[in-house]
Design a protein around this ligand. Structure first.
Ligand code: MN
Length: 233
């Protein structure tokens, strides 16, 4: 039986796929906190003693990283976080790390835009991060690339520059919890489903961006992105 809805159902959030017309439908977006040791240290934490933790963004916060991405309201300290994205193609719960990569459909590159001032206030007051991390257009991302084309990258430079100046640089080999471990941990907490997308964490060098800034970033062997930030609302 086909369901009928009281209002028009929302559009399916999705991301483009490099070199093909089909899009990747997005179900949920999970993000790993502090997954590179140098970044954990710059945020004031000991990277050696913490298992991975997760927060989320709405699926429709993922927008194309092209043209102009809006500068969000309610912040004067918007930060860039360049991240490797993992797109889940096969669901599962309690996935063993040794089988985790079989659940990956593909990879991508995105920016976990963060209202750092709101995050600092939330941390101080013991409140959720949603307002700091899950605002509209908070996850500008490049088109995804299928694992069938590029395999499963475990090494490769991850970088971000602002107005031509390099701000973040790291290597996928420096992930504290590599992709397989991230999937294993996350699938202990929730059953992963096709369409889920994971932001795997950011290397050191996060910092503020201003309206009008040009942001370039990429992961070697996966994809690159380029967009400009819009005017202050
Ligand atoms: Mn992040």
């Amino acid at each position: 039986m086909t369901a009928s809805y009281a209002i028009a159902p929302p559009a399916v959030a999705s991301l483009a796929i490099q070199g093909q017309p089909e899009r990747f439908p997005l179900r949920r977006v999970f993000c790993v906190g502090r997954n590179y040791a140098e970044h954990a240290r710059e945020m004031g934490h000991d990277p050696d003693r913490e298992p991975p933790f997760f927060f989320s963004k709405p699926a429709d916060a993922v927008v194309p990283a092209e043209g102009t991405v809006p500068y969000p309201p309610l912040t004067s300290d918007l930060h860039h976080e360049i991240e490797l994205l993992v797109a889940i193609g096969k669901g599962g719960a309690d996935i063993p790390a040794a089988q985790a990569l079989e659940h990956v459909w593909g990879y991508g590159v995105g920016v976990d835009l963060t209202r750092r001032d709101l995050q600092a206030a939330a941390k101080k007051q013991g409140r959720p991060w949603d307002g700091a991390k899950g605002f509209d257009a908070s996850g500008p991302s490049a088109p995804l690339v299928p694992a069938s084309k590029i395999g499963h990258p475990s090494k490769g430079r991850i970088w971000l520059s602002v107005n031509g100046q390099e701000r973040q640089a790291g290597d996928l080999g420096d992930l504290i919890w590599p992709v397989a471990d991230v999937i294993a941990y996350l699938s202990q907490s929730v059953r992963l489903e096709p369409g889920d997308l994971i932001f795997t964490g950011t290397p050191a060098g996060v910092g503020p961006v201003q309206p009008g800034d040009e942001i370039h970033g990429g992961v070697e062997g996966v994809a690159e992105l380029h967009f400009r930030l819009g005017a202050k609302p």
